[in-house]
Write a protein that binds this ligand. Sequence first.
Ligand SMILES: [Zn+2]
Ligand SMILES: [Zn+2]
Length: 137
Amino acid sequence: MSKEKRSIRPGRPKQSFLSKGAIMISRNAVPIKIENAKGEGIRVTWSDQHQAVYPYAYLRESCRCASCIHEWSGEKLIPPGSIPENIAPTQIEAVGHYAISIHWSDGHDTGIYAFDFLKEICPCETCTKERLNAGAK
Ligand SMILES: [Zn+2]
Ligand SMILES: [Zn+2]
């Protein structure tokens, strides 16, 4: 196992490694690396070089398991403010070839994050903008 350490410096342009035109994550991209960037979030590197850090609380809030999202209405069932600020994953494991499951420090362990879903909620600037554009159309 190589111990590669890549730090993200604050203020560094987030997509400096992306060529122009590489906007959204490719539809068929798969994660080639999922790391726990301690203190920051979960860093996912996709096969198309797209890379983003998903903050823990953001991921925890985005959980779509039956106890977090109402199965029929899609309503969020997580009471606001109920997620501890210092939430962190205690375990991250692969689920088949399509998802990861995250065990959280608040004891929540039923969340499964499909790769497609992770693409949808990518918090990087590029994807966020793209989603806003798509929503505005
Ligand atoms: Zn959940
Ligand atoms: Zn992104």
